[in-house]
Design a protein around this ligand. Structure first.
Ligand SMILES: [Zn+2]
Length: 452
């Protein structure tokens, strides 16, 4: 994809203009990139280069022990191959080709850890979901839509990957329908789409029995998907969809054990079925230690129905069996114990689920947006809380540790990162600030910067 096209140039200028409207102080720094003529903008096309005028976080500013702001400074960052090769003072003397980062803050790239790249409408104009009553109702709707979607799913998956990159994500975990209509064709198309982006995007695939593992009789097809190279075994509401909690979960686990594969199950069920399902999964992992650390629960709304000692005990067991949680940070009736899970050291990862399919139409594809919603729902508006919220989008890679010591980037870190039109990560989260450039393992995969 050439970023010198007129369309991308327009996008860049639009985003830069938006950036200058952000928070106090930001308008005072008119960057070189903003003042350059558009013809100076380019996408970096070499593997060893300098990014000059990069803003990095250096520490928290405190007033009487209260964190009030983030201290930053400008640096020249040297990238060689997939890694950060050096962090230099501004004006570093070097013959390397250089691009101007415009004083934008450099943050770790984000990850979309729950998306359905295989059945998106994205890229073909606006299309809202139909009214729905239940998950089963949605499955019936999907049976009508899939014959139209599956044959052409590869191109739309690639367009959605492009959108994620433009929002700062270079990694995704994508569920892929394994159902009697898609069979293994949707998987083959998704694998093709991902293969085309091997250099600029990392994606893992969950074989997902969207129409039920037992209900749709797809155990054999799921095994076929694992043989084709799917990375994770999926599952879905074992009581509400499959009508047989233990048998459904046992089947899912037996596929995982046979293929030595990890699991990522959609669990929308609440009390009592969802809680019972989580307890049964914990017991299964306890009895089969080779599954420890290999189970992700997506959505996990049942956790939002627990409180007090019951929740504490559940969190302790999830921690013990090394479960992880993927969440869209839902806004609704269920208040999820996401801060408690993170505080206990249980990985909590954000995902969009999609922004355009027949299940849901919301969002922009941005993980900064998810961190923003997380902050609004759970963590508060102060500098420290906003800076920590970014961790749900970056697998807890953050520029500063909780004491305010600089910990990212360091020399030899993967150069998987984004330049954001904000003064610090707290502002980036609060304003869902525009992403100006995205880098995946040293390669610029989105944006255009001024060549110096
Ligand atoms: Zn999903």
């Amino acid at each position: 994809m050439s970023l010198l096209s007129a369309g991308n140039r327009r996008d860049f200028l639009k985003l830069t203009a938006a950036g200058t409207l952000l928070g106090s102080g930001f308008t005072n720094r008119v960057s070189a990139a903003e003042s350059c003529a558009p013809e100076n903008l380019s996408q970096i096309n070499v593997s060893h280069y300098l990014l000059r005028n990069v803003r990095l976080e250096e520490g928290f500013i405190r007033k009487q022990d209260v964190i009030t702001a983030t201290r930053t400074g400008l640096y020249d960052i040297e990238i060689n191959g997939a890694s950060v090769a050096g962090i230099h003072s501004p004006g570093f003397s070097s013959p390397l080709p250089a691009w101007d980062a415009g004083g934008h803050i450099l943050l770790p790239a984000t990850r979309d850890m729950h998306i359905h790249l295989d059945k998106t409408f994205y890229g073909e104009g606006w299309r809202a979901p139909l009214p729905r009553k239940s998950v089963i109702d949605m499955i019936h709707q999907e049976e009508q839509i899939l014959p139209e979607l599956v044959p052409t799913s590869e191109g739309r998956a690639e367009k959605l990957i492009g959108l994620l990159q433009s929002k700062g994500s270079t990694e995704a975990r994508s569920h892929c329908n394994i159902d009697p209509i898609s069979q293994l064709q949707g998987l083959a198309h998704l694998q093709q789409a991902i293969a085309h982006h091997r250099q600029d995007f990392s994606a893992k695939i969950v074989a997902f029995p969207q129409h039920g593992l037992l209900r749709a009789h797809v155990e054999g097809m799921m095994r076929g998907a694992m043989k084709m190279g799917a990375d994770y075994v999926g599952g879905l509401d074992p009581t509400n969809v499959d009508g047989a909690m233990e048998k459904s979960l046992d089947t899912m686990f037996s596929i995982a054990l046979d293929f030595a594969a990890p699991i990522d199950i959609h669990l929308h069920e609440t009390e009592p079925h969802g809680v019972a399902a989580i307890r049964y999964m914990l017991k299964t992992v306890r009895d089969n230690p080779q599954l420890k650390g290999k189970v992700t629960i997506s959505h996990a709304f049942a956790l939002g129905t627990l409180s007090g000692k019951e929740l504490d005990a559940m969190i302790e067991e999830l921690k013990e069996q090394q479960f992880s949680i993927a969440t869209t940070v839902p806004i609704g009736r269920v208040i999820m114990p996401l801060p408690q899970l993170r505080a206990a050291g249980i990985p909590v990862w954000s995902g969009t689920d999609t922004i355009a399919d027949h299940w849901q139409p919301f969002g922009s594809g941005s993980m900064l947006e998810k961190a923003n919603v997380y902050s609004q729902l759970y963590r508060g508006p102060d500098e420290y809380s906003l800076s920590r919220a970014l961790g749900i989008a970056t697998n807890e890679i953050l520029p500063l540790n909780s004491q305010g010591e600089q910990q990212w980037p360091k020399a030899q870190d993967p150069a998987t990162m984004m330049l954001v039109a904000a003064s610090c990560s707290a502002e980036a989260v609060a304003h869902v600030a525009p992403v100006m450039a995205t880098f995946h393992q040293g390669k610029q995969v989105f944006g255009a910067l001024a060549k110096i």
